[in-house]
Design a binder for this molecule. Structure first.
Ligand code: WQD
Length: 331
């Protein structure tokens, strides 16, 4: 069973490749290296001790993409490739819409042409907008505050409409909460380009001395300590969620949250990091970040019931593994 993994050298993609290989799937990666490094491919081969077919292509380039379907018998697609920086999407909306939507459309067209049974799409909890947590898959989605989030909601819509035309295909939309952490080996993890937008990579860069201090975006939210609350999920658990989604995929369109169901505040995450890793994280409270919501965590019952998926890693595991990976980067 060959699975095409787009964006397979990226943060979530690379961890999912490891889980797929260890579950016996054959993997073909398509990645244009726009936000990943080719060195990750060797690390994946080393960690898995398996062969991995790799194509350096842009997933919006349908003609080149088609070569993969001609060269391999593709049974499933997991589509990770995409731009993902919220702030950048506000500055460059057209490139976000073009890239994130064209890739989804090209892949769906090829999935149809080559009769690919399963399609798993990387969606995001951001599609819920400022709903009341826990977020449930059947909630009406509220307005997104940036083009990045909109591309996720639009891709969901495109795939839902496609599903109506090919109802025997198994299409799964996975709504990720906040993936952090790294592989236990310390070999693969998150390597943001430039100044990190997300909390965890910023924390690890402060811990390593790359940045002077962390800025906490607001402590006047209606939460227990005033800082934002999120559902952080270990990237290895998230990767396992993809294997479960492939194995249990059902015909039609099926949507699942992938989170832990537990809300953790910014201050709680920082203090866990300090305690577990015994390093200092200087921080300063600043203004709220525009577009942020106070609380976001998942209702995990559908993924548990239908996919048999439950996270096993703790916040302690997440901060320990994230720090181990960052330390390896600076060695
Ligand atoms: C988490 C919390 C911040 C940085 C975004 C996207 C989402 C998904 C993941 C992409 C919030 C606070 C953060 C910092 C801080 N997409 N924070 N100081 O905003 O929940 O989700 O990234 O790949 O679609 O919206 O994640 O990690 O940016 O923020 O205080 O320097 O940390 O305000 O409460 P977010 P995040």
């Amino acid at each position: 069973m060959a699975i095409l993994v787009t964006g397979g050298l990226g943060f979530i993609g690379s961890h999912t490749v490891i889980e797929l290989l260890s579950s016996g799937y054959e993997v073909v990666i398509a990645d244009n290296l726009s936000n990943s490094e080719i060195s990750v491919l060797d690390k994946l081969k080393k960690l898995s001790n398996k062969t991995i077919a790799f194509y350096e292509i842009d997933v919006t380039d349908k003609d080149k993409l088609e070569l993969i379907f001609l060269n391999h018998e593709i049974d499933g697609i997991i589509h990770f490739a995409g731009y993902k920086a919220v702030g950048e999407s506000v500055v460059n909306p057209l490139s976000y819409y073009y890239n994130n939507l064209m890739s989804t459309i090209s892949l769906a067209e090829l999935a149809s042409k080559y009769d690919v049974e399963s399609f798993v799409f990387s969606s995001s909890a951001t599609v819920y907008g400022d709903n009341v947590s826990p977020f449930k898959e059947d909630m009406p989605l509220l307005e997104r505050t940036n083009p990045y989030g909109e591309t996720k909601a639009m891709s969901e819509r495109i795939l839902s409409d496609y599903s109506k035309t090919e109802p025997t295909k198994k299409i799964t939309l996975l709504r990720y909460f906040n993936p952090i952490g790294a592989h236990e080996s310390g070999l693969i993890g998150e390597v943001p380009k430039g100044i990190p937008n997300n909390l965890m990579p910023y924390i690890t860069q402060v811990a390593s001395g790359k940045r002077e201090k962390l800025f906490i975006f607001g402590n006047d939210y209606d939460t227990p300590d005033g800082t934002g609350v999120r559902d952080y999920i270990h990237v290895v658990d998230l990767a396992r969620g993809h294997v479960a989604a492939l194995k249990k995929a059902k015909q039609g369109i099926n949507i699942y949250n992938l989170g832990t169901g537990i809300g953790v505040s910014v201050l709680e995450l920082i203090h866990t990091f300090i305690e577990v890793n015994q390093v200092d994280i200087p921080y300063e409270i600043v203004e709220r970040r525009p577009g942020d919501i106070a609380v976001s965590y998942a209702d995990t019952s559908k993924a548990e019931r239908e996919l048999g998926f439950k996270t096993v890693k703790t916040v302690e595991d997440m901060v320990r593994d994230a720090w181990r990976f960052e330390k390896n980067l600076i060695k």
